[in-house]
Design a protein around this ligand. Structure first.
Ligand SMILES: *Cc1c(COP(=O)(O)O)cnc(C)c1O
Length: 474
């Protein structure tokens, strides 16, 4: 760069960079100014020109052509578009992980989507009683439906299940003891730990039993004048196998009630249907927990329930009423969009159409044969268009429920496995992420695996195009 020739060349190239005013006069820039604002376009032109200047100075060969007017137009267009593109985007989930927390957990049903669109753009009766013409409270909308579906007296909706656990403890046990088995002091991920939430709620943790075995008499011995409640937590994302014991929920309930205490169960996933026949075992069914004697349960609405992010607290009217009066309820309340999407999701349970209409349940209950046929067809479409040296195999594998539910269960699946030397598997994975829409896949034993269980059929064409683009040799 110290070479005088190169210096001259650099100065010459820098001189060729047009001024902001010149770029502003170009037809595309004029259109952008008309559709957005002059300030926005000017600021982006300034940044673009500055980047070109820096690239030239740092000797980046790619920058050489960047002062060409057509090239400048193209770069500006690209830049303006990307600056107005939302950072939150739809992605194609080809991982086969149904409740992928990083990918937003449950996709919503068509009914929930329609409801979102209706209640988001117009006024609603969120806190208005249409019969009496008076102010009402927002939970009045969903309480009857939740109570009916769950078979309980009362229910309240909060921001998520973490908030539900916190509010329950903060309402029923401030300054008092909450008895929990050592086998249930779990971490859900993203820093949600039962002991930490419990302490922050103002309650005191009274651990009983051991990691693998907790007996009813351990609970019994721990109950004292300071005890506020017994808490059972579903160890969603882990299982203890082997030499283990924990009391049945019924036993725990009768112990609690004989001492005048409530039993609270955090069931985690919000499973409202028995999904055992599809291979989802050991997930407590909400209605069963309540009928077995839990006075209050709480769960997420965006895990197995298949709705938007929310937490549901359900059970005895006296406890739910007390929670509703807690000033922190206001901190945890949800807005109309969530009520709308949650209600639409729950209505699929009432109509008996949940397995068909709710995407998460639809994916869980997808017949193995259907997935096999879809995958074979997809592979057959892909094969003739693949670059030389790339192979697609149809293989047996497993899909995963995810979202901290059912860590031990896997759903038998048929996958498309992609093998390629150039680009290799991790390059393919990265290139797929860079597609529009981004495609997320699983890598396993040097192969990229495509699981169509979590891909919506209308996304298959974009998946195919994205794969072909990502697989072209570099
Ligand atoms: C997932 C989960 C939570 C946290 O729920 P969020 O809705 O993510 O806040 C709490 N407890 C259990 C047992 C869970 O499985």
């Amino acid at each position: 760069m110290n070479d005088p020739m190169t210096q001259d060349l650099l100065q010459e190239r820098l001189r060729r960079i047009p001024g902001v005013d010149q770029v502003l006069l170009r037809p595309r820039a004029v259109q952008w100014v008309a559709h957005t604002s002059r300030n926005f376009v000017v600021a982006e032109i300034q940044k673009l020109l500055q980047e070109i200047r820096e690239a030239l100075r740092s000797g980046n060969a790619l920058a050489d052509g960047s002062t060409d007017p057509d090239e400048l137009d193209r770069a500006l267009e690209e830049r303006l578009k990307s600056r107005l593109r939302p950072a939150l985007r739809p992605v194609i989930n080809a991982t086969g992980v149904i409740l992928h927390t990083n990918l937003g957990r449950a996709p919503l049903s068509t009914a929930a989507q329609n409801c979102l669109s209706a209640v988001s753009s117009q006024y609603t009766n969120l806190e208005f009683d249409l019969k009496g013409g008076e102010r009402s409270y927002r939970d009045a909308l969903l309480e009857p439906l939740l109570s009916e579906l769950l078979g309980c007296e009362s229910a309240v909706v909060v921001n998520n299940n973490a908030a539900a656990v916190f509010l329950i403890l903060n309402t029923l046990a401030p300054g008092k003891e909450v008895i929990v088995s050592r086998g249930e002091l779990i971490e859900i991920g993203g820093s949600f730990r039962i002991p930490d939430i419990l302490t922050r709620s103002g309650a005191r943790l009274r651990e009983v039993g051991t990691t693998n075995k907790t007996r009813i008499r351990d609970y019994e011995a721990a109950i004292g004048p300071d005890t506020a409640l017994l808490l059972r937590v579903h160890p969603s994302n882990y299982r203890i196998r082997g030499f283990t014991h924990k009391p049945e929920l019924r036993e725990l309930a009768s112990l609690a009630h004989s001492r005048g205490l409530p039993l609270v169960e955090d069931i985690g996933s919000g499973c409202l249907l028995d999904l055992r026949r599809f291979g989802v075992r050991e997930e407590p069914v909400a209605q069963e927990s309540l009928s077995s004697g839990a006075d209050l349960i709480c769960f997420s609405a965006d895990k197995l329930l298949g709705g938007p992010q929310a937490g549901v607290i359900a059970g005895a009217a006296s406890h739910v009423g007390a929670i509703r009066k807690n000033p922190l309820m206001r901190v945890c309340r949800v807005e109309k969009l969530i009520y709308g999407a949650l209600e639409a999701t729950l209505l699929s349970y009432r109509s008996g159409k949940a397995l068909e209409e709710i995407p998460v349940l639809n994916m869980i209950s997808m017949p193995a044969e259907e997935l096999r046929i879809r995958t074979s067809r997809f592979a057959a479409k892909l094969r003739p268009r693949l670059p030389a040296g790339t192979l697609v195999d149809v293989v047996d594998g497993e899909s995963v429920v995810g979202g901290g539910s059912c860590p031990d269960c896997s759903l038998p699946a048929t996958l498309a496995a992609i093998e390629s030397e150039n680009p290799g598997p991790s390059a393919i994975e990265a290139r797929l992420r860079a597609q529009d829409p981004p495609i997320i896949v699983r890598l396993e034993e040097d192969r990229a695996l495509i699981d169509l269980r979590t891909v919506f059929p209308p996304q298959e064409a974009a998946l195919l195009d994205g794969l072909l683009a990502a697989l072209s040799p570099s």
